[in-house]
Design a protein around this ligand. Structure first.
Ligand SMILES: [Zn+2]
Ligand SMILES: [Zn+2]
Ligand SMILES: [Zn+2]
Length: 327
């Protein structure tokens, strides 16, 4: 079945990893996600790796968000991998076109404007001054007395001269020399949140950022996402954990459940219960956008989970204000 981009996006907005990443964009922690260079592996996205687990899933994840129209990308760099061992630790050699040696001496070509004599810069050098080897006149001002007329290369191996060297690659790991035709080249991108996605998200798909701000303004210490260790020793992730109090620190955990249907199912209630059973916070909240089904409500009551139903972020914050602050 063919899915439209919009459907794909709505599905992705429900995904926990997408929410965590989008919140970093929305809270201005990231304005543009740039890759970080790693000499062994090439480029990586460490922020995304901490969300999804490893480097290859990070790329798949970013590609999906780009394909669905949530992220836009720009070409940041092209990375060259060794054709033999796959290493990204590659240097570029500028070689002699005749004998392929990279022992090439590069010089600037200089032309004496008055007499028209042209030669490499070294032959004009007299101490720290420049003088024309032909007419002996001193050259003082660039673009008046003399001009730069490009590059000239000399091969130290075969002695030939040329103006344009040929590029070759050298693998610093396995010491293989290879040429452009044989190189494995990959595009590397930097990512931004698309304007359209930002608008969709602002309508209420991802609420964590404003809720986090609201809690901080009201004197809570906030972690989002929060990883809390349970009695079993397992780490559990909550969308938000809010702490208050000095001596006896009270902790409230908050999860968010959104749906493109009319009501959220009981699934997020069950998931939250499993986590609070292990973590035992002082209170637990489930924010359901826009509403929670009857089954879910019954279960939430049974498990002592407070339910906040809201159409949008404003309603969610107002409802949370009532429940969380008046205690
Ligand atoms: Zn190699
Ligand atoms: Zn040569
Ligand atoms: Zn001259």
């Amino acid at each position: 079945m063919l899915k439209t981009d919009k459907m794909q996006r709505l599905e992705l907005y429900k995904d926990r990893n997408t929410q965590v990443l989008l919140n970093k964009f929305l809270s201005d922690e990231i304005s543009e996600l740039e890759p970080v260079y790693d000499p062994k592996l090439g480029y990586r996205y460490p922020t995304v790796e901490t969300i999804v687990g490893d480097a290859s899933s990070a790329e798949t994840f970013l590609n999906r968000l780009h394909a669905a129209g949530i992220l836009e990308r720009r070409l940041y760099d092209k990375i060259i991998y060794c054709s033999k061992c796959g290493s990204a630790n590659i240097s570029i050699h500028h070689c002699c076109p005749y004998c392929k040696s990279f022992d090439v001496q590069r010089s600037a070509l200089i032309e004496h404007v008055k007499c028209g004599y042209m030669d490499v810069e070294e032959n004009f050098r007299k101490g720290n001054k420049l003088a024309c080897p032909k007419c002996r006149e001193e050259l003082k001002k660039l673009d008046v007395d003399y001009r730069k007329a490009g590059m000239w290369c000399a091969c130290k191996d075969c002695g030939k001269s040329f103006d344009i060297p040929v590029a070759a690659h050298f693998c610093r790991d396995c010491h293989t020399n290879f040429i452009f035709e044989d190189a494995v080249i990959k595009d590397v991108y930097a990512y931004r949140l698309k304007k359209e996605a930002k608008e969709e998200v602002a309508k209420g798909w991802v609420l964590i950022a404003p809720i986090r701000e609201f809690l901080i303004e009201n004197g809570f210490e906030v972690e989002s996402p929060a990883f809390i260790k349970g009695k079993s020793g397992a780490n559990h992730m909550f969308d938000i954990a809010a702490y208050k109090g000095e001596a006896t620190r009270k902790v409230a955990v908050i999860d968010l459940a959104t749906t493109t249907e009319n009501t959220v199912t009981e699934q997020p209630v069950i998931a939250l219960f499993a986590k609070i059973f292990d973590v035992s916070p002082d209170s637990a909240y489930l924010i359901a956008i826009p509403t929670l089904g009857e089954n879910g409500k019954k279960m939430a009551e049974l498990y002592n989970i407070k339910v906040v139903e809201a159409q949008n972020q404003k309603e969610a914050i107002n409802a949370l204000k009532d429940k969380l602050l008046k205690k």
